[in-house]
Design a protein around this ligand. Structure first.
Ligand code: PBG
Length: 325
């Protein structure tokens, strides 16, 4: 009789070469998207205290980072605008001369052939109350009035040259409304990235500083309750039915279950957003010497990919694109 085989999973963990050969998950630069901030009325990039290494760009410095992202082979760059002036309806959002639309034209001219230029389609950066939509008489965010604003914003962004519009506002019916408006305006080829399962999260904290947010309350009336898992799947299914080209789950690390659920059934690409607070925790703990920052960056992105993300929006995108594979 032959002896029983010795079952030893550690055989494949023995050397770096073995581990590298059997790794199930790798991150390619094309699967990374860099979120960037561009601010109106500044003459030099401004640091963001809660986001070490991330700045609010001028249009000029943004062009530079777009060129860098293209040279690094990133899949794309996602633009967020910080306007000098805000009002209740977020007028600067659909103004062709608004900061986001101006910056989009500049980035498309700089790097639009090499990477996918994407824009955040939401009103929160542009409203003086900081909500993602317009407010009704009762003080609530008015879903359908907001859809009309998103439609105008979508057309302005498409005309500025954005290839992929990131619908991050969590209004019901936003994908269908924006798709229809774009198609009617002749922008059938402008693609939609739906932030489908977007949870009302404390991990967006540093982002509020990055966009100089005017919000005093919270977004729990439109973003999802982190208690709910199947609702994430439902939101993704609705967005796909409404015509989303890509769906996204956000935040990433606190929603890996939802990400895996959506990835298991989605017929369209599924992305995840490693948000500002996720990055800030790694930076802060790393700066204190409490964790190995570089290893944590790598592990966090790897775990998001392993859970099912086809691509990841991450403030670490440029850094990760430089990893030896
Ligand atoms: C809304 C938007 C937010 C983020 C991306 N798009 C803020 C929010 O919903 O409050 C957060 C991203 C991050 O924290 O990095 N326009």
């Amino acid at each position: 009789m032959t002896p029983a085989p010795s079952i030893r999973p550690r055989r494949l963990r023995r050397t770096p070469a073995l581990r590298r050969m059997v790794a199930e998950t790798r991150i390619h630069p094309a699967e990374l998207v860099l979120p960037v901030f561009v601010r109106e009325g500044i003459s030099a990039p401004q640091p963001i205290a809660a986001m070490p290494g991330v700045v609010q760009h001028t249009i000029d410095s943004l062009r530079g980072v777009a060129a860098e992202a293209a040279a690094a082979g990133l899949g794309g760059i996602m633009l967020f605008g910080v306007p000098a002036e805000r009002d209740a309806r977020g007028s600067a959002a659909d103004d062709p001369e608004g900061i986001l639309n101006r910056a989009t034209r500049a980035v498309v001219a700089e790097a639009g052939d090499a990477l996918v230029v994407q824009t955040d389609l939401c009103l929160d950066e542009f409203t003086d109350h900081g909500h993602c939509g317009v407010i009704d008489a009762s003080g609530a965010v008015d879903n359908d009035a907001t859809l009309a604003r998103y439609a105008d914003m979508a057309i302005a962004q498409a005309e500025a040259g954005s290839a992929l519009l990131g619908l991050s506002g969590m209004m019901d019916g936003q994908v269908a409304a924006v798709r229809e408006a774009l198609d009617l305006a002749g922008h059938e080829q402008t693609a939609l990235l739906a932030y489908s399962a977007k949870y009302a999260s404390a991990f967006y904290g540093p982002f509020r500083e990055a966009v100089d947010s005017q919000l005093t309350g919270n977004r729990r009336g439109y973003q999802q309750d982190p208690a709910n898992r199947r609702e994430g799947l439902r939101e993704a299914e609705l967005d796909i039915a409404e015509g989303a080209d890509i769906v996204m789950v956000k935040p990433a690390m606190s929603s890996l279950d939802v990400l895996a659920d959506v990835a298991a059934v989605s017929p369209v690409p599924v992305w995840a957003y490693q948000v500002s607070g996720e990055a800030a925790m790694i930076e802060a703990a790393g700066a204190n010497g409490w964790i190995d920052r570089d290893a944590a960056v790598r592990e966090s992105l790897t775990s998001i990919k392993r859970a099912g993300a086809d691509a990841i929006l991450s403030y670490f995108a440029l850094e990760a694109a430089g990893w030896a594979r």
